[in-house]
Ligand binder design. Structure first.
Ligand code: BTN
Length: 246
């Protein structure tokens, strides 16, 4: 079960780094979760940093060993985690979307982010460290594009309640990954994908253009229809324009 062992830390550089150390010491165990109140070097996607006020938010990493997962199936991990987060927010009455590939949005604001680091052997992913930051109690942000559970909800939702519901959602969906029902995960993911099928504005290589998201390909790249032509983008190749409203 994911969450069978939980390690609580007051302060750490990054929960993902903490798992990396456990891996190097041979102490990482499948399903273990590391939770921290404060990170001094929280890491985000594309080398960015993840900022969080002390003790206000959920900062966690969990470790999964995969019996049989191909590198080309790595988008299924993204699906598993982003749908679990999205379902948790929905359970607490907060409408949300998944912005490709794995940001969780409320309206146009980001409420949670995911950083997945995989260990590879040959063509397989043998294990993953899945780091997640979820803004829960923080109410002011340097970056205007962020929001939190307490901003978005009228009820009081504690970090503990959010965490246990998230573990429940994750454990409910995890069998899809194990049983190779990856198409089901993808379907759930596409159901929550922000701007799917909606004409929107994007930026690529300094060019601004309109297009409509069709979904993702088998590698998890974004498929966008631009002037009746289907174009494929990876993470570094496309930006969503701030003009897009849900
Ligand atoms: C993103 O850029 O959207 C991903 C953010 C991931 C942040 C979390 S917080 C817990 C874990 N430890 C880290 O250093 N990063 C992830």
């Amino acid at each position: 079960m994911i969450g069978n062992q939980i390690i609580y830390l007051d302060r750490v550089d990054s929960t993902n780094n903490y798992v990396a150390t456990l891996i190097s010491e041979g102490k990482a165990r499948h399903g273990m979760v590391i939770l921290a109140d404060t990170q001094t070097n929280g890491r985000g996607q594309r080398g960015s940093t993840w900022q969080s006020e002390d003790a206000k938010n959920l900062l966690l990493s969990f470790y999964l060993e995969h019996p049989d997962l191909e590198i080309i199936q790595q988008e299924s991990l993204t699906h598993l985690v982003s749908i679990s987060l999205s379902n948790t927010l929905t359970k607490f009455g907060i409408p949300n979307h998944i912005k490709w590939p794995n940001d969780i949005l409320v309206g146009t604001k980001k409420i949670a982010g995911i950083l997945i680091e995989n260990q590879l052997r040959g063509s397989k992913i043998i294990a993953s460290t899945i780091g997640i930051g979820i803004n829960i109690l923080q109410t002011t942000f340097d970056f205007k594009g962020s929001t939190s559970v307490s901003i978005e909800s009228d009820s009081i939702i504690s970090k503990e309640n959010f965490f246990s519901e998230f573990m429940k959602q994750l454990n409910e969906l995890y069998p899809y990954l194990i049983n190779k029902e990856l198409d089901k995960l993808k379907k759930l993911y596409l159901n929550k994908l922000w701007l799917l099928g909606i004409e929107s504005t994007f930026e690529s290589n300094g060019q601004i253009f309109k297009g409509s998201i069709l979904g993702t390909d088998e590698y998890g790249r974004l498929l966008v229809e631009v002037k009746k032509e289907i174009k494929t983008f990876d993470l570094k190749e496309i930006k969503f324009s701030l003009r897009n409203e849900p």
